[in-house]
Design a protein around this ligand. Structure first.
Ligand code: 13P
Length: 238
């Protein structure tokens, strides 16, 4: 079964989330695809209530602690109680815009598991790292940092998102994706049975060929997940 996940980033407040799901009707998809949506934290409860049965909801980021004096943060437990069953961890924007370290990423994986959330850990290289021939080193380091907590997880997913393909309209070729997914799977070792998703400028027009690529178990979609029709077309491509 393929996974089609949408990361709404900082888009879609509660009213828009509700309007999205009134137009997102994946009736014909059946059991062949697992659909997940990651709304902003303020829209979790509304999204959970409005999403059709079978669509899973996840939170985009959490703080490692369950509660405390951390103004502006959301804990895994709070996200869970607001309707999340998954958590995105280590998205490239968290790492590169907000300076999140591998250690913090590992802490967030532990926090998500403590609250019963399924972690979806994002990994991926920058263009400079790729050009310098560091693809394998970077992916290994990022996977290694979360391998111990993931070893205790009942289930988890990895999303390979090359930083240079996010929001740029540049997509990895199916061959690039297959190569990177194989490296991630190798780095995971005995945990390599987990689904590995591809993310980075996935659109209705390229989703099918990316998902047909060896080792690509689904997609993590940014921009194209904001429109119910295009997200539905991507889910149908699975
Ligand atoms: P785009 O699909 O907009 O490139 O975003 C990808 C992404 O970051 C999903 O998490």
């Amino acid at each position: 079964m393929k996974v089609v996940a949408g990361n709404w980033k900082m888009h879609m407040g509660p009213d828009e989330a509700s309007a999205f799901f009134s137009r997102f009707t994946p009736d014909a998809l059946g059991d062949s695809v697992r659909v997940v949506v990651f709304p902003p934290a303020v829209s979790l409860r509304t999204a959970r209530a409005a999403a059709p049965k079978g669509v899973e909801i996840g939170v985009q980021n959490i703080h490692p602690e369950p509660s405390g004096a951390f103004t502006g943060e959301t804990s895994a437990e709070m996200a869970r109680s607001a309707g999340a069953s998954l958590v995105l961890v280590g998205h490239s924007e968290r790492r590169h815009v907000f300076g999140e370290t591998d250690e913090e990423t590992a802490g967030k994986v532990r926090a998500g598991l403590r609250a019963g959330l399924i972690p979806v850990v994002c990994v991926g290289e920058t263009l400079d790292q790729r050009r310098a021939g560091k693809l394998e080193t970077v992916l290994r380091r990022q996977v290694e940092a979360v391998r111990a907590p993931l070893g205790d997880a009942p289930s988890f997913m990895i999303a390979y998102e090359p930083v240079w393909a996010i929001g740029t309209g540049e997509t990895a070729t199916p061959e690039d994706a297959a190569e990177a997914h194989a490296l991630v799977r190798e780095a995971l070792g005995d945990l390599g049975g987990a689904p590995i998703l591809y993310g980075g400028s996935v659109k209705p027009g390229n989703a099918g060929e990316l998902m047909a690529s060896p080792g690509v178990d689904g997609v993590l979609v940014g921009g194209a997940s904001l429109d119910p029709e295009s997200f539905l077309r991507i889910a149908e491509a699975a």
